[in-house]
Design a protein around this ligand. Structure first.
Ligand SMILES: Cc1cc2nc3c(=O)[nH]c(=O)nc-3n(C[C@H](O)[C@H](O)[C@H](O)COP(=O)(O)OP(=O)(O)OC[C@H]3O[C@@H](n4cnc5c(N)ncnc54)[C@H](O)[C@@H]3O)c2cc1C
Length: 378
């Protein structure tokens, strides 16, 4: 058992903060170095699958999230013109008692839960700061921060997201993100009371929009768009562009909410940039975690979940191995296959959706199979 290390975590997003909480609970000293300000969190929601919620439970974070989020248990495909149900699947995989099948939550709320828990445990968090230089030797890693502070850790965790600076510094510039040929529009709305699970509205011509609940009174719609190049969307045009795209859905659950886009409800577009890092995910004592190691298309709503699992597994391996290299190696081996499957299955559904699916049958099958697999221990 080794629980007295000093761990420097670069990036205080989902993966970095869950790792901070899990490692600090074990007794390690933890310093999180975050480029943004605490209040700079994105204003939309995230869906956490059962496996992610199990990992949050292990990190001692589930109950706080359950108090704020919206648990759901069904995947429904409905006709986007008539509202008629095309198919409905109740999550057919084994579930841990007390852990919902899945749960939506506002990202801002989730980030605050993580920050509060970390700070109350004694995690040191430095906001608005990056790593200026990094040097490692056989016993640790020394970093110089952009605020002039020097720090030294037994391990540095690169949890600084898809466009990771630390990955570039340590693993080289050759690992590039690839545009997946698709992006997503998102629109936060009051939750229509008729919708209480993951719902896809599908028009007979193959166009679709998806719905996810986030809280009793909040939800969001997403609309996938396939383009050869990422769209350029200026903030003042986003509502017009999305409103036009959603106007082809006639169900009242979509149609009646469109005016809200002009009343300040969050609208955004983001292209999908993907990457799966080859093994191993560590070089010396610097280890990749979350999107820095595997940036997925979001069809399985699992990028955040994989980052949370990474965090919990990394904490387990650092606890169970006296030798840091053994710990990082074991972490990398345990995470590679599982993250690879989620990466490929998400991408496969993305490709199916790019072709346009009227009933969503194949995508739903891959989704259910993936979630069954993810219900097995990480
Ligand atoms: C449209 C869309 C929808 C998604 N929906 C879901 C979903 O429903 N469910 C789900 O599980 N996942 C979803 N994801 C994926 C999920 O958002 C990511 O996988 C998850 O945020 C990854 O967590 P992370 O901690 O690795 O990175 P991030 O959450 O991106 O955190 C990285 C952090 O590092 C900081 N940072 C960046 N650079 C530096 C630097 N140089 N120095 C210091 N700090 C730095 C950033 O400010 C940020 O706080 C979605 C993704 C997209 C694009």
């Amino acid at each position: 058992m080794a629980n007295d290390r000093r761990v420097l975590i670069v990036g205080g997003g989902i993966g970095g903060m869950v790792a901070a909480v899990a490692l600090r609970r074990q007794g390690n000293a933890v310093h999180v170095i975050e480029a943004a300000r605490r209040e700079d969190q994105l204003g939309t929601g995230i869906n956490l699958q059962h496996n992610a919620l199990v990992a949050l439970q292990e990190a001692g974070l589930l109950e706080q999230c359950k108090a704020e989020g919206f648990p759901w248990e069904t995947i429904t495909n409905r006709n986007g013109l008539t509202g008629e149900i095309i198919s409905r699947v109740d999550m057919p995989w084994p579930k841990r008692p007390g852990v919902p099948g899945a749960m939506g939550i506002m990202r801002t709320t989730f980030a605050e839960i993580l920050a509060q828990e970390a700070l109350s445990l004694g995690v040191e968090i430095t906001y608005q700061t990056k790593v200026a230089s990094l040097e490692q030797d056989g016993t640790g890693v020394t970093v110089e921060l952009t605020n002039g502070v020097r720090d030294r850790g037994d391990v540095v965790v690169s949890a600084d997201g898809a466009y990771s600076q630390i990955r570039r510094m340590v693993f080289g510039d050759e690992h590039k993100l690839e545009y997946a040929g698709q992006g997503v529009w998102r629109f936060t709305v009051p939750r229509p009371k008729t919708l209480d699970g993951f719902t896809m509205f599908r028009n007979p011509d193959g166009k679709s929009t998806g719905f996810l609940p986030l809280a009793p009174d909040l939800a969001y719609y997403f609309l996938l768009e396939s383009t050869a190049e990422p769209l350029r969307v200026s903030a003042d045009k986003a509502a017009d562009m999305l409103s036009e795209r959603l106007s082809v859905f006639e169900v009242p659950e979509v149609r009646d909410l469109l005016p809200l886009m002009y009343k300040g409800w969050h609208v955004s577009y983001r292209p999908f940039d993907v990457l799966l890092m080859p093994a191993p995910w560590h070089k010396g004592r610097v280890v990749l975690l979350g999107d820095a190691a595997h940036s997925l298309t979001p069809q399985l709503t699992s990028g955040g979940g994989m980052a949370i699992e990474d965090a919990v597994v990394l904490a387990q391996e650092l606890r169970d191995n006296d030798d840091v290299d053994d710990a990082l190696n074991a972490y990398s081996v345990r995470r590679q296959e599982r993250c690879g499957i989620v990466y490929r299955n998400s991408r496969r559904i993305c490709d199916i959706e790019k072709e346009g699916s009227k009933d969503g049958a194949e995508g739903t099958r891959i989704m259910v199979d993936s979630f069954k697999l993810l219900a097995q221990d990480y």
